[in-house]
Design a protein around this ligand. Structure first.
Ligand code: M6R
Length: 606
């Protein structure tokens, strides 16, 4: 949510900041802005819409300065227009912010009574004016920021410029991530390391409550008690992310195509050369586990739901999936012998991170399953496993989901085997089926032309229903989410058995149903639901295997024949055509697939 960049060095700041903002645009893209300092004077430019608008404006009328801050916004408070775009200024301060200032109303009222004036609808604007109020009482810039940090509630990553201070950027973070990049003659700030790809790979991760004074000569970091502290530098390899779209038109399509390799990498990390190969998993297997909690948001939550079915089957212990934003506030009962698993691509999702902190407070064993290296959840978890999907740029998650599933299924399998609930024979069969998966995913990607025909059909529909039973139910939820995110067509995933308890009322000739029905023990029941839909005039798109197709007959509008696969693995395989369906429907509608409206890749605010 919102991308932040800061630069201090020997070159003009704005071109460097614009390029870095482009790399952070996946965090939000409804408006953008930049501020620089030139001979002590603050310059600012803000535009609504994408970074390109800001870049064009700067080409027409450049702003000078070798120190600057930039921002790409995902609006929380106030419309996405120029007036609400960051940086926000007071008379001698400019600031960019990621997060939410929860007590901004009280602060604003207080500052208004002191005679300060506001010009935006944002929560952020209280920050420069609050800091200004301390400066006006003779505080030095860092003192003023420290005093403000004691007043501000909520989450923030802040990056400040002060008029007259051409060699100083001040930053502060609480809840929202912030990194500092070091180069020989320049210093950088970013809301995540990706923003610094191609600029530096020498990164200092700030911890919660930290603030810092950044100048060319030195970096002074203060901890949560505002005492100087030293934080180590990490080398983060982010160069490969600089030009990652290759020959594909969109990241989403590229990442869908990457799945055979990303799934292979996930498998290799756990079963290198056919051997079990992970210390973290070893440690987990040695612990008693009475209950498994699986927690995430959005797509990661659907991975949790699917995994809860797998864990109960393979480990024979209760497993529940929880939406992080619910779990964190409902005083869930979790015990030290529970294993709480947190699933997150970014490792920065505010609700999942808060849920992890809650589990830690309950002394529950915890494990995070993550993609983004060196993220907050990795630092805060007792144990972490990487899904090795590689950087995911598309806001609509694809390869991260199938890699999360691959790791979760492998984990359930290994734990079950070690605990004796999975036999040696079952273990070997499922493992070898898992290793077959990349080839089958590749074959499903090859169904592209058939999927395009279905996409053409549904692109004119007002709504789409996805149904499935067992493992296909949470898979249908993911299929519906993907379609909603990138096509803006209303879509619902429904447990097929629930249809006649209400949702079947939605069925008519304009609302198609995607039926997920691999030929397994629930197949016949799902096909009965398909018939009920057909009897009411609803168009049906059937996803099944060749065996299922024969049994289902030809009472469908479209049928997609997928390879026959071990039923346990069907969520991974059946997700791929749903991703492609969403993608091709969105492109048919002429939508910007990689930047769906109102969304951002990393949800670091509640
Ligand atoms: O980074 P995370 O995995 O924690 O993100 C969770 C969700 O925000 C994310 O999966 C979101 O639902 C995606 N846009 C789905 O495509």
């Amino acid at each position: 949510m919102c991308g932040i960049i800061g630069y201090l060095g020997p070159h003009q700041a704005s071109p460097i900041i614009i390029e870095a903002l482009r790399r952070l645009e996946y965090r939000g893209y409804d408006s953008a802005g930049i501020a620089t300092l030139d001979n002590g004077t603050l310059n600012r430019r803000r535009t609504s819409g994408r970074i390109n608008n800001l870049a064009d404006s700067l080409v027409q009328e450049p702003i000078r300065g070798k120190i600057g801050i930039g921002h790409t916004r995902w609006a929380t408070h106030g419309l996405p227009n120029e007036q609400n775009a960051h940086p926000h200024n007071s008379c001698s301060i400019s600031v960019v912010h990621n997060g939410i200032i929860e007590n901004f109303k009280q602060i604003k009222e207080n500052l208004l009574t002191q005679g300060y004036e506001f010009s935006s609808e944002t929560d952020t604007e209280v920050v420069p004016i609050l800091v200004q109020s301390f400066i006006d009482r003779n505080a030095k810039p860092i003192e003023a920021v420290h005093q403000a940090m004691k007043v501000l509630q909520g989450q923030f990553a802040l990056c400040f410029l002060f008029a007259g201070e051409d060699d100083v950027i001040i930053v502060a973070r609480q809840g929202s991530p912030l990194v500092i990049g070091h180069d020989q003659d320049a210093m950088f700030v970013a809301s995540d390391a990706l923003g610094l790809a191609g600029l530096t790979d020498n990164i200092t991760y700030l911890e919660d409550g930290d603030s810092a004074i950044i100048s060319q000569q030195e970096l002074i970091i203060f901890d949560v008690n505002q005492k100087p502290v030293s934080r180590s530098k990490t080398i983060v390899s982010i160069d490969s992310a600089v030009n990652p779209k290759g020959n594909y038109k969109h990241f989403m399509l590229k990442e869908i195509h990457e799945q055979p390799e990303s799934i292979s990498r996930a498998l290799e990390s756990l079963f290198q050369s056919g051997q079990l190969n992970d210390q973290t998993v070893d440690q987990i297997c040695q612990q008693p586990i009475n209950w498994v909690n699986l927690i995430g948001c959005g797509t990661a939550y659907y991975a949790c739901q699917i995994a809860s079915y797998w864990f109960e089957k393979l480990i024979k212990i209760p497993a529940r999936a929880e939406i992080a934003s619910e779990f964190r506030y409902r005083n869930a009962v979790i015990k030290p012998d529970d294993l709480s698993i947190f699933v997150s691509q970014s490792g920065e999702t505010a609700d999942t991170l808060a849920a992890l902190r809650y589990a830690r407070d309950c002394h529950s064993n915890n494990l995070s399953i993550l993609n983004n290296p060196a993220c907050s959840m990795e630092r805060e978890s007792q144990r972490a496993l990487s899904i090795h999907a590689g950087f995911e740029f598309s806001v609509a998650s694809t390869k991260a989901f199938t890699s999360q599933l691959t790791v979760l299924l492998s984990l359930g399998l290994i734990i079950g085997y070690r605990k004796g609930t999975v036999t040696h024979e079952e273990f070997s069969t499922i493992k070898s089926d898992l290793f077959e998966l990349p080839k089958l995913v590749d074959a499903v990607i090859g169904l592209r032309d058939d999927i395009i025909k279905i996409a053409e059909f549904i692109s004119d529909c007002p709504a789409v229903i996805f149904i499935g039973r067992g493992l296909m139910y949470p898979t249908s939820l993911e299929g519906a989410l993907k379609l909603k995110e990138v096509t803006y067509i209303h879509a619902e995933g429904i447990a097929a058995g629930e249809l006649k308890h209400g949702p079947i009322a939605l069925v008519d000739k304009t609302v198609p149903t995607v039926v997920l029905a691999p030929s397994n023990d629930l197949f016949v029941k799902t096909i009965s639901n398909l018939k009920e839909i057909r009897a009411r005039g609803g168009p049906v798109i059937l996803l099944t295997d060749s065996e299922g197709l024969v049994q289902a007959g030809d009472d469908t509008n479209f049928a997609l024949t997928l390879p026959k696969i071990n039923p346990l693995l069907t969520p991974i395989l059946y997700t791929v055509p749903l991703q492609l369906l969403a993608y091709f429907t969105a492109t048919k509608k002429g939508l910007d697939v990689d930047k769906p409206r109102h969304l951002a890749k990393s949800v670091t605010v509640e």
